[in-house]
Write a protein that binds this ligand. Structure first.
Ligand code: SAH
Length: 269
């Protein structure tokens, strides 16, 4: 080993590259090679169209350790359940109004998180359609590689390569970093999902939507709470607030106020 390679620290391994619904098995192999060349190992496939497949091995070109450790999940929430941050890669600007970062700005956040031992996912979409709305809903932020406006979509494995390269540069200390803004690690994706379920159920219980569609408001609330990066203790407080709101809603239903109990005919007057 020569001197320059001897001084390279090992790459952090709490980062995973997640490929959603990959169509071409060659891209899975090429992605394995891309992350392995940058010192990373963890690749998760979500419902791949063709896997296992000989083209995976052919394009991996010897990145067998990545393939041997590869995880296959049924859906994106399961693939990232224990992650404290999920970054969604998209070639297009999406209507979800999540914070949008370029790869370098994303790595300035990710490198310090990895140093704290946090689990972080980089989530890549299907070759034809990108990430769907359900997949986007678990993301804390979007990352867009600032490609040409009129030809913005990179090949999937090449997008993986760009991110792995930037992560390598960031973890080698070659790029400036954002300081960590939290004393406790943020809640995991799974804990956030349980909180959202509770929040949305409570909004129904207090009849917040009044017949209107819940979809837009739910997306905005997701964005708000993802931006806040609550930790597990803060989520417990919020669960407590919601539980009390639910209790009050039940009480109000069981004991409506006197005016509401009066039959309409006797209410005149
Ligand atoms: N037609 C799809 C492109 C899919 S390319 C779309 O418009 O979204 C497959 C995946 O590669 C994307 O889902 C994304 O995760 C990644 N990718 C490709 N080009 C990218 C870019 N410029 N910035 C960020 N991610 C990109």
């Amino acid at each position: 080993m020569n001197q320059s390679t001897a001084s390279i620290p090992p790459a952090p391994q709490t980062v995973r590259f997640v490929l959603a619904r990959t169509q071409h098995p060659g891209n899975i192999g090429a992605a394995a090679r891309a992350i392995r060349t940058m010192g990373f190992w963890r690749l998760t496939l979500v419902a791949p169209h063709h896997y296992p497949d000989l083209q995976v091995n052919a394009m991996a070109a010897g990145a067998d350790d990545v393939l041997a450790n590869l995880v296959v999940a049924d859906n994106v929430p399961a693939a990232v359940a224990d992650c404290t941050r999920v970054y969604g890669l998209s070639a297009r600007r999406r209507g979800v109004s999540l914070p949008e970062l370029d790869p370098r700005a994303a790595m300035a956040e990710i490198a310090p998180l990895l140093r704290q031992g946090a689990e972080v996912a980089l989530l890549f979409g299907n070759e034809r359609s990108g990430l769907d709305n359900d997949e986007l809903s678990v993301c804390h932020a979007m990352v867009r590689i600032p490609s040409a406006e009129d030809f913005s979509s990179l090949n999937l494995a090449q997008a993986v390569q760009v991110m792995a390269w930037e992560l390598r540069m960031a973890t080698l200390g070659k790029l400036p970093e954002a300081p960590p803004d939290h004393d406790a690690p943020p809640a995991s994706a799974d804990e956030m999902e349980r909180f959202f379920e509770h929040l949305f159920a409570t909004l129904h219980a207090i009849d917040f939507h009044k017949g209107r569609s819940a979809q837009t408001i739910e997306l905005r609330l997701r964005r708000l709470f993802h931006r806040a990066l609550p930790d597990a203790r803060e989520l417990r407080i919020l669960h407590g607030v919601l539980a009390d709101a639910e209790r009050m809603a039940r009480l109000a239903k069981d004991h409506p106020p006197a005016a509401a109990r009066r039959p309409p005919s006797s209410g005149r007057g």
